[in-house]
Design a protein around this ligand. Structure first.
Ligand SMILES: NC(=O)c1ccc[n+]([C@@H]2O[C@H](COP(=O)([O-])OP(=O)(O)OC[C@H]3O[C@@H](n4cnc5c(N)ncnc54)[C@H](O)[C@@H]3O)[C@@H](O)[C@H]2O)c1
Length: 368
């Protein structure tokens, strides 16, 4: 499959998402087309990213003014201390806004580098080179940046669009399988909320995606996902309304992650997989989703051996903790929480759901 370009058209910012195999060695040339004035480059990555990817990118940058900053991996790096450390490097190397930050890694590196870039001299050029499936189909696109604080996850952040997103699916070959399944959650989400045809395609091809057995199919799934996210972000960049449908399954997922204290025991995409199944089940309860559609979703999970029963993860005593967390969600108004539910496979809507009448019973039901 050839290189694909998707154009993101926003009011003040247009940028391409380029998807192609073995793109890393072209990074310098692709950046030059978009920001020819950039002379200084800071490549930010983490310790788990293979050195060969870093070498390819650095070699492709035809400048003497190029630097590497390698951080420890994982969510614990996504904080103000690391954002400060990035800012310090940018000052130390005398960077200005025409220069360029390149984020090479998963959502952690992308969100953190994006945040630091957005506040450095009010915004330095940013290039996203996502290397996890989750980052390739979701976090690198759309401009949400963020860091965690003691007040919570992603509580500090900005909207800041990159100048270019470069997606090389071959980088997924070094990614642990667990993270492939986690990224698949977001792919499945796009199909469920807005593209029934893509869901039918996933019914046939998902196995090849989570096992990377056919890179052309993987590329197709990434392309479809990026197109879906682009459509939504173009209509509602700052999440005033429509962008909220991207939160399908996420309100439950955030509560599950919080109860597990954001530990490695449950990573984000896994929590989303559980969350989407409960949201689908609630959609049936609310007489919005036909049981046949629900059964197709369940069949797909089962075919792929994806766990969807939260009783394997929590015990009955945790229900109150999950529920308490949901009561404090940002989307609460009175006794209702704005959940994203399915009308059918490929169509979602925002539905104000009652905490006591709808949410609690569906959680309790999971333990029967
Ligand atoms: N900005 C957004 O719109 C948005 C959307 C969804 C999630 N997020 C954020 O994304 C983060 C999660 O992202 P993630 O799942 O990519 O996690 P991550 O960045 O922690 O990456 C997961 C693990 O994979 C390793 N890794 C990355 N690429 C690799 C590769 N090619 N080969 C080998 N190892 C590799 C990383 O070092 C890390 O250990 C969370 O902080 C979440 O809040 C942001």
């Amino acid at each position: 499959m050839k290189k694909i370009t998707i154009k993101v058209n926003l009011n003040n910012n247009n940028y391409p998402i380029i998807i192609g195999k073995n793109l890393l060695s072209n990074t310098g040339a692709e950046i030059k087309k978009i920001i020819p004035k950039a002379k200084g480059f800071l490549l930010i990555t983490d310790k788990n990213i293979p050195k060969s990817y870093i070498r390819s990118i650095l070699t492709s940058l035809k400048s003497k003014n190029k630097y590497l900053f390698t951080l420890s991996a994982g969510e614990k790096s996504k904080n103000m201390n690391f954002a400060n450390a990035i800012l310090k490097k940018l000052f130390q190397y005398n960077f200005n806004r025409d220069d360029c930050v390149i984020a090479l890694g998963g959502g952690v590196i992308g969100d953190l580098s994006g945040f630091a870039s957005s506040i450095f001299k009010r915004g330095i050029n940013l290039i996203q080179i996502p290397t996890t499936l989750l980052a390739q189909v979701d976090s690198s696109i759309g401009g949400k940046t963020g860091i965690n604080s003691i007040e919570g996850k992603n509580m500090i952040g900005t909207f800041y669009q990159p100048k270019l997103v470069l997606i090389d699916p071959i980088t997924l070959k070094s990614l642990p399988h667990r993270h492939l399944v986690a990224g698949y959650a977001e792919i499945l989400k796009y199909a469920l909320i807005m593209n029934g045809t893509f869901f039918s395609w996933l019914e046939k091809n998902s196995h090849a995606i989570i096992n990377l057995t056919d890179m052309n199919l993987v590329m197709h799934a990434i392309n479809e996902s990026c197109k879906s996210k682009t459509i939504i972000v173009q209509k509602d960049e700052k999440e005033k309304n429509l962008r909220a449908i991207l939160n399908f399954g996420h309100t439950f997922a955030h509560a599950f992650e919080a109860v597990k204290k954001y530990s490695e025991e449950l990573i984000h995409g896994e929590a989303v997989l559980y969350g989407m199944m409960i949201a689908s089940s609630l959609s049936v309860k609310m007489k919005m989703l036909h049981t046949n559609d629900y059964q197709r979703i369940k069949n797909l999970y089962e075919k792929l051996n994806i766990n969807y029963k939260i009783k394997n993860l929590f015990n009955k005593n945790d229900i109150n903790k999950i529920f308490d967390y949901m009561k404090h969600d940002k989307k609460i108004s009175g006794s209702k929480i704005n959940l994203i539910l399915l009308k059918k496979i490929g169509k979602a809507r925002i539905f104000p759901s009652d905490l006591n009448k709808n949410i609690k019973p569906i959680l309790v039901e999971q333990f029967n």
